[in-house]
Design a protein around this ligand. Sequence first.
Ligand SMILES: *Cc1c(COP(=O)(O)O)cnc(C)c1O
Length: 398
Amino acid sequence: MSTNEEIASLYSQYVMNTYVPGITLVKGKGCQVTDSAGTNYLDFTGGIAVQATGHCHPKVVEAIQNQAQTLIHCSNLFYNPSHCLLAKKLSELGLGGKAFLCNSGAEANEAAIKLARLWGHESGRYEIIAMRNSFHGRTLATLAATGQSKVQKGYDPLPVGFRFAEFNDLESVRALVGEKTVAVMLEPVQGEGGVLPATEEFLQGVRALCDEKNLLLICDEVQSGMGRTGKWFAWQHYGIRPDIFTLAKALGGGLPIGAMLASRKLSDVFTPGAHGSTFGGNPLATTAALAQFRVIEEEGLVENAADMGEKFRVGLQTFVEKYDDLLEVRGKGLLVGLVVKGSAKEFVNAFRDQYLLCCGAGEHVVRFLPPLPVTEKDLEDCLEYMSYAFDEMYGEDE
Ligand SMILES: *Cc1c(COP(=O)(O)O)cnc(C)c1O
């Protein structure tokens, strides 16, 4: 039971039809993954921005192994050390307040929405202004906050209390602020929506607007956090501080974990019973996250993401100059998008045929999310594989 066909057949019989995988992966090491036929690929999907330290980093693996034979789970009816130590680390790097730990990005955003509503409750405020083309998750509330009708279709009625402004258009946000508004929620770099960074004027303007109107600024850093953009958190590029931000994807070295971090003024809004999670702060996941932080710091991976991201974008730009179907390179650090004419999926498939894995972001953007320890050699390989794909697509002499 190991060929790709056999696995694909099991998948189609028994796994609900929410994704369309093409190949079976069985192994990973650093920036490389191996499929069921033994073929190696350069993985610039990174588990969708999850494998910040690369696949199976030995120090993350060791921490997980040790914890797995010590205590895997104990629930929040009891303290566990790594839960508290991770919350401390996140507080020190972030906003100086407290953390709520959970298990995914959607849950972290759900917690942020609940915290904002609870904070606004006494003054009768609950409305959150989110952005068109955003992505905040698949639970009903986070779906309601997601400004893309294609993922909302068929699930109505969705929770009320969300309104949509145009990303990077401050006046469109201002126009929606009313007496029920409690928060503005956005991704500093829109990920799924097409790898689109906020402009400085916009994010700083939203911060000032929130201060003026006593609104909370919620930054969704589920994809952009943990060093990916060349800073620990993407909001740090903008000289502003949110009131709440969320993390998930890269936080746990591959284990499912999410976090909602808030500034000190929000530390005591949740009281016992107001929110919860059976697995939140789980010893195994939080131990993995602490190991992930140590590796990122010891290996200087935040700086590497900034350096390599810059080099990578310069390399991609040469293709944009060469081929009419490639329109623009954008992003921050190692959250990189290549805007194409036509369907991103076609490019993703063409690159996969040359043993390079990446993914789409929206219809027209090819997204690259390499592990943060990516080297210049990996980038050269990536660009070389891409050039083979372009040769196939456009002929060698164009
Ligand atoms: C992936 C993602 C989410 C959802 O995270 P899940 O772990 O899949 O629930 C939310 N926000 C952003 C910005 C994301 O990229």
